[in-house]
Ligand binder design. Structure first.
Ligand SMILES: [Zn+2]
Length: 91
């Protein structure tokens, strides 16, 4: 599988480190809602199909990126820098 790094271009997936599903949103740091923290830290849906995932290009520029990938086919539909995704961009 090749992953399109927005900085380096398409590179082999072996150069990247997978972090997980990019969709869960961390509760506010001062939140005392233990259920929200447990959900954020330990539970993922493990969906089949297109999802957005966080990867780091550890064997390259070290950028954090959000990859739009199909977990069933491994087809990659795009990527963007994580900071751009956090600002409302689209992968
Ligand atoms: Zn890169």
């Amino acid at each position: 599988m090749r992953i399109p790094c927005p900085v380096c271009g398409a590179r082999p997936s072996e150069e990247f480190t997978y972090r997980g599903d990019a969709r869960p949103v961390r509760p506010p740091m001062d939140s005392s809602d233990q259920g929200a923290w447990v959900d954020y830290l330990f539970f993922r849906d493990d969906e089949r199909g297109r999802i957005k995932e966080q990867w780091q290009h550890t064997g390259g520029c070290r950028a954090w990126i959000v990859v739009d990938r199909d977990t069933a086919t491994h087809a990659v539909h795009g990527s963007e820098l994580a900071r751009d995704a956090a600002e409302g961009g689209q992968a």
